[in-house]
Write a protein that binds this ligand. Sequence first.
Ligand code: ATP
Ligand code: MG
Length: 230
Amino acid sequence: PTWPDYGEITFENVSLRYDENRDPVIRNLNLHIPPGQKVGLCGRTGSGKSSLVMSLFRMLDVSEGNIHMDRVDITKLSLQLLRSRLSIIPQDIVMFSGSIRDNLDPKGLYSDEKIWKCLDLAQLKGMVEALPGGLSAAVKEGGENLSVGTRQLFCLARAILQNAAVLVMDEATSSVDPATEHAFLSVALNAFAHRTVIIIAHRLSTLLDCDRVLVLEGGKVIEDGSPSQL
Ligand code: ATP
Ligand code: MG
């Protein structure tokens, strides 16, 4: 069956809970994200931001309601297919020992040309070109020979390569300084200009370039508007 690839997301009366005997951490959420929208998610610790995006990956089951991606109920999809449409840039980026190429394309699916193109979009081309060996240059276990900012850009390059319809960032930039954060987000938003992007951040100032910002509190959306309105 063909499944469109627009990155449209719909939450319909969704409640999420970790434990049947506990209150839901997301309560009766209704949300429509049109294709290509840049959505910021903001709110205090424990307000449910990560739980909300985890449900999209089906890392947390919906206890009530349903989630559709591109008009398909995500519970009807295999995890593999669903997750092939979603990329995430987490706070702690995993890189393994191996070459840069191995880290970007572990299954060897893409041509060097394609990889260089993605590195260029992620603003890493010059840096990799300058390394002895280029794409074959070694990454140490955990990526410890790379700065946090560089690892984030590699994770972004990986996401660009995957060409997923939806990019999610969960506090991806919370450990870097505001200038690095701003630079990273502008590279990411530019590379995913035609894709749906969900950015979770504690600070509203991180989300000024989003089309729309949702503020969560106690598992409810308490604000929904353009960043300038909030
Ligand atoms: P933060 O800004 O700290 O990352 P968040 O907005 O992402 O917070 P969540 O991590 O989604 O919030 O947490 C929402 C609620 O769910 C909190 O009350 C939290 O304690 C609870 N919670 C999160 N993860 C689990 C888990 N694995 N098991 C049980 N409860 C959890
Ligand atoms: Mg969180």
